[in-house]
Design a protein around this ligand. Structure first.
Ligand SMILES: C[S@@+](CC[C@H](N)C(=O)[O-])C[C@H]1O[C@@H](n2cnc3c(N)ncnc32)[C@H](O)[C@@H]1O
Ligand SMILES: *[C@@H]1O[C@H](CO)[C@@H](O)[C@H](O)[C@H]1NC(C)=O
Length: 249
């Protein structure tokens, strides 16, 4: 058994090295600033990918967002802030009558966002603000009932700082809803391939880190109540490990 894991870790180091070498041209493109051009292309790709993802994850998302309305304050409109909204693929899961403010650090998503907005007249789309999750100072403390992040904490530069900002903009007893893919359990083939293909995923996925143990950041973010569930998403093995749930401020 021990020999097997030893051989596996040797193989992992070797394969990781090979993939890193193959990615050198991409590193160079990034170093000279050309990879930034991908920011124009990423929305086009994500629009298609998120349609497929929504199809596979429909039940999970429905379940996750079912209790959004519990965070509505009596006599007021439920205000949702989406961080890293991308193309707005979560809109259809939001309760009727809510108000949604969208943020992303890539402004090229707006075209697709407007498409999803027109398809979802049950909610009010308030505005799009181009900000990073790590620094949302254009939003006041405690200004929203709910913050939503789906497949975003894998890509932000600093997860802890992003969660700090999320908690700041939430009103007291407001909630942060998340659905994220995460690193697999060590000593599994999924873990192996996630580590070997990490640089490829980073470039294809517009900065996506497939080996993040995001739940650790959520557990230490200071939510008064954290409902966090690990689950196997009905996707290819590589993307199966997910976490979902919500944290109450
Ligand atoms: C995989 S997409 C997910 C989009 C959308 N939330 C969804 O579930 O379809 C990741 C999104 O996070 C955004 N993003 C990445 N880093 C970010 C950051 N530091 N601040 C804000 N948004 C960020 C990307 O621009 C992209 O729209
Ligand atoms: C991330 O943010 C936290 C909290 O603001 C900070 O303490 C830490 O130094 C940051 N990490 C990096 C790598 O910038």
């Amino acid at each position: 058994m021990v020999t097997f894991w030893f051989q596996m870790s040797f193989l992992m180091t070797f394969c990781t090295l090979v993939v890193r070498v193959l990615c050198v041209p991409l590193n160079l493109l990034e170093a000279v600033g050309l990879y930034k051009l991908y920011k124009h292309v990423a929305p086009f790709c994500l629009y298609r990918v998120s349609k497929l993802y929504n199809k596979k994850m429909h039940e999970r998302k429905k379940e996750l967002f079912a209790c959004l309305s519990e965070f509505k304050q009596p006599g007021q409109q439920l205000t949702i802030l989406e961080v890293g909204c991308g193309t707005g693929s979560n809109f259809r899961f939001y309760p009727a009558g809510c108000k949604v403010i969208c943020t992303d650090n890539n402004v090229h998503y707006v075209k697709y966002l407007q498409r999803n907005m027109l398809e979802n007249p049950h909610m009010t789309y308030e505005k799009f603000v181009e900000v990073s999750a790590e620094d949302m100072r254009s939003f006041e403390d405690g200004c929203v009932d709910v913050v939503v992040c789906t497949l975003v904490l894998c890509s932000v530069d600093n997860v802890s700082q992003s969660l700090r900002e999320v908690r700041r903009v939430l009103r007291p007893r407001g909630a942060f809803f998340f659905l994220e893919h995460v690193v697999a359990e060590p000593s599994t083939w999924t873990y192996f391939f996630q580590h070997v293909l990490k640089p490829v995923c980073y470039y294809i996925g517009d900065g996506c880190q497939v080996t993040r143990a995001t739940w650790k950041h959520l557990e230490s973010a200071g939510f008064s109540d954290l409902k966090l569930r690990h689950m196997k998403a009905p996707l290819i093995f590589f993307n199966k490990p997910h976490i979902m749930g919500y944290g109450v401020k």
